[in-house]
Every structure is written in C-alpha cells, then in structure tokens.
Design a protein around this ligand. Structure first.
Ligand SMILES: [Fe+2]
Length: 205
C-alpha cells in the first residue's frame, strides 16, 4: 500500500512529512546511486564505510531529498541496504541525540552533511571525549565502538551513517539504581519499531 504524505502541525509546509512506515522505503533512483558507489562484494571495512559516507555527504542531490524536519523526534531514512551494508540519512533538530550505544558486530562510518553534531565517547571514570563534526567531517568505528551523537547546530543537522554488516543489534548503555553500568541489546531498528507501534496503537507506545 502506498501512503500519502499528510501535513503535520508545526512543520515547515515546504518539507514533505514522512510517515514512519516510509522510513525503510528509499527512492529507487537514490538507492541505485548509492549502490553504484559500493564495489566491495563482502563485509566492508570501516575505511571503506567512511569513504562511502564521505562521498555521499559531498553530493546533496543524494541526501537532500531524504531530509526530514521534525522537532519532536530524531528522524532517519534508509538510503540503501543489502546483505553487506545499510546506509541511513539522519536529520537532527535541537535537543535531539542518542545515549551511549554500540553497534554490536557492525562497523560504522558516518559523516556530517549539514549543520553540526557532537560525538562523545566514554572517558572513565566519569567523563567523555567530545568531537564536533561539521559538514564534510566524518568518523569511523570498528565493531564494539561505543559513542553518543547529538545535535549541535543546524535545522536540521544531517548525518549519513553506513553499517557493515547491516545494523541488526545495538547495545544501549545505562547506569542502574546501584550505579552499575548495564548494556541492553536492542534491535537495530528499535526506534522505528517503537514509533510504528505508537502510530498503530498509541496505548502500546
Ligand atoms: Fe551510533
């Protein structure tokens, strides 16, 4: 079933609102252009992932159509996926960010395409490193890499993330009531699942 975009109160009317179930339905022409940049036949290394997202971030004709402005939630759209890799375009508005997490067995490369984001890594016992990424800046992380990312500037800031193998599991970190660090494993698309459920059945959200 093809859904029709609907207007969302409070959003810039020039921006096409996206339904959550459209998140994993990339435009075929954009997906094909991304696929054309991927030459590797197996799992990509983090250098290859970072090179890919740099190439994508440098071409606004690929990522601009994927941008979503939503002041309520960090939004992401799938640009491309196959059995080697998945590639996402994320749109960040002020106040939006992730907690500390890892990508389980997936390597990651991500690049900032517009605005600015800040990346942190845990610096034990109680601090964090900080790296600011502006347009054209990029990072890479091997499997097990733990970080958080948050909006810093731009409305929205836009980042492009590539994972290989595809992101099936994410480890989310939190400190429990006794001060002990815990890792909870989530599906790599848990946020999408949560919001999809909320749209279908608000009482389960
Ligand atoms: Fe991440």
């Amino acid at each position: 079933m093809t859904s029709q975009p609907t207007s969302t109160p409070g959003l810039d009317p020039t921006v096409t609102p996206q339904q959550w179930w459209e998140v994993t339905a990339p435009p075929a022409d954009l997906a094909a252009r991304c696929a054309a940049l991927i030459e590797h036949t197996g799992t990509l290394g983090i250098e290859e992932l970072e090179t890919l997202v740099q190439q994508l971030a440098a071409d606004p004709t690929i990522w601009e159509p994927m941008v979503i402005v939503d002041a309520d939630r960090r939004r992401y759209r799938l640009l491309y996926e196959d059995d080697r890799i998945d590639v996402w375009v994320l749109s960040w508005m002020p106040g939006q960010g992730t907690g500390f997490h890892d990508h389980d067995v997936s390597g990651v490369g991500f690049a900032c395409a517009a605005g600015e984001v800040i990346e942190k890594q845990m610096l034990l016992p109680s601090g964090a490193t900080t790296v600011t990424l502006g347009a054209g800046d990029s990072r890479q992380g091997a499997p097990g890499y733990i970080h958080s990312v948050a909006h810093l500037d731009g409305a929205p800031a836009v980042t492009i993330h590539a994972y290989s193998p595809p992101l099936e599991r994410v480890g989310q970190y939190h400190v429990d009531g006794d001060g002990i660090l815990r890792r909870a494993v989530e599906h790599g698309r848990q946020e999408l699942l949560d919001v999809s459920i909320a749209a279908i059945d608000p009482e389960r959200a």
